[in-house]
Write a protein that binds this ligand. Sequence first.
Ligand SMILES: Nc1ncnc2c1ncn2[C@@H]1O[C@H](COP(=O)(O)OP(=O)(O)OP(=O)(O)O)[C@@H](O)[C@H]1O
Ligand SMILES: [Mg+2]
Length: 454
Amino acid sequence: MKRHSLANRLSLLLSLAVMVIFSLSGIALYHSLAAQIGVRDDAALLTRIDQIRTLLRDEDAITLIQQKPRLFANMLGNTESLLVLRFPGQPPLIVVNPGQRPVPTITPVAADQPLALSSVHHQVSEDGTPFISAAALTSTRDGSGEIEIVTGRLMSDRTQTLNSYRNQIIVATALAALMVAAISIALVRRSLAPVRHLAAEADAIDARHLAPRMPDPSLTELQPLIASFNQMLSRLERGYQQLSQVSADMAHDLRTPINTLIGQTEVALSQTRRVGDYQALLGSNYEELERLAKMIDNMLFLAKAEDASQVLDLQAIDLARLGDKLQDYFDGMAEEQAMQLDMALHGELHADAQLLQRALANLMANALRYGDRHSTVRIFNQGTALMVENHGPAITEEQQARIFDRFWRADTARQHSSSGLGLSIVRSIMQLHHGSCSVRSADGVNRFMLQFPD
Ligand SMILES: Nc1ncnc2c1ncn2[C@@H]1O[C@H](COP(=O)(O)OP(=O)(O)OP(=O)(O)O)[C@@H](O)[C@H]1O
Ligand SMILES: [Mg+2]
C-alpha cells in the first residue's frame, strides 16, 4: 500500500491554497493598479495638451515659435515621445519625435471642445509597450487660424513599474507558499506528538500484559479510536482468559484418565499376572481410551465450530422422523436408568441434520444422566423452539450462568465419567445456526430450549 505523510500532504495542500489565493489577489491588484496608472497617464497627457493650448492662445506665441522653433521644441518636448504642432495642410511648426514613430492619424478635438479621457487613443508598440496619443485643435489670437497639437507618450515607465510590481507579487506568493509549507509541517508534527505517545503506550501491551488500557488522548479526534482500541483490548483480554481457562481445564481433564491408565499399567507390570487379569486391564484401559478419544473428538468439534466460515448443510428436517431415530438410540439408556422417553417432535425445521441430531442427543443424554430415576424425559417442540425436559434437582441461577461453558460440570456430576463439553457443543451448534439455547429450572423440572431462527 502506498504510504502518505499527513504532514507533507497537509503542507502541500495548504501551500497550494495559499498560492492560489495570493495569485488571484495579486492578479486583481495588478489589474486595478494598471487601470489606475493608465487613467493617471491619460489625464497627464490631456493636461499637457491643455497647457500647450493655453500657451498657443497668447498673441505672440505663433510668431515666437516660427522665429525660434528649436527653442520651443526643446521646451515643450521634454516629456513627450511625440509632439507635432501644425496648421492643417501645412508643414509642421514643431516636430519632436526621437523614436521616429509614425505620427498617428487622429481626428483632433475641436478648438471649442473640452478634452475628455475618451479623447486619448491607446496603441501598443512592436515591443509591447503601450503608446498613448491625443490630438486637439486650438485657435490662435493672431488670426492665423486653428493650429493642431498632436502628442503621444510611450509608456515605458508604466511597463517597468507594472513589471516590477508583478515580480514582487510572484516572489511574495512563492515565499508565502514556502512559509506555509514549513509552518504546517512543523504544526502537524507537533500536533501528532500525542499519536506517537499513544504508539509508545500500545507497544507495552502484549499477550502477557493485556490489562493496561490506553490513556484518554489529549486530542478529541483520537477519542473514538482509543475507545474502540480499549474495547478491543477488553475483548482480547476476556478471550485470552477464556482460552487460558480452557487449556488449563483441558490439561486437567486429559491428565486424569491418562494418570489412571499409567497407574493401572504400572501396577500390572510390577509382577507377572494371569491372562484374565491382563484382559481385565486391557478392557478397562480400552474404556478409558475411548473416553479420551470422545473427549478429543468433542474438542476438535468445538475448535472447528468456532471457525465462522464453517458451512452448514441446511435442509428441511422432518422432526417426527428425527424423534423416532433418537428414541431408538436412547431407548436402551432410558431403560437402564428406569426412565421413560416422551417423544413429541413434529413438523419441519430448517437446519443441518447432523448438527441438530447431535445437539438434541447431547440434551437427551444429559436429561437421562442427571434426571431423577423413574421419571419421564419430554422432548417436544413449539414451531422452531425445541425443548428437552427432565425432572431432577434444580439447577441454580449461578449454575445456569455457567452451564454452557466448556468443561463446566456441577460438583454432583463429577461422579459421572463426563467431560463438561456436551452443552458447549450445543451452544456452538446453535450459534452456527444463528439461533440460541437456554435453560430454565422450576418446580423440579429442568428444561433446555433450542431456539432456531424462524
Ligand atoms: N438436564 C440436566 N439436569 C441437571 N444438570 C445438568 C443437566 N444437563 C447438564 N447438567 C449439568 O451441566 C454440566 C455440563 O453438562 P455438559 O453436557 O456440558 O457436560 P457433561 O454432561 O458433564 O459431559 P459431556 O456431555 O461432555 O459428556 C453437567 O456436568 C451437569 O452438572
Ligand atoms: Mg453432557
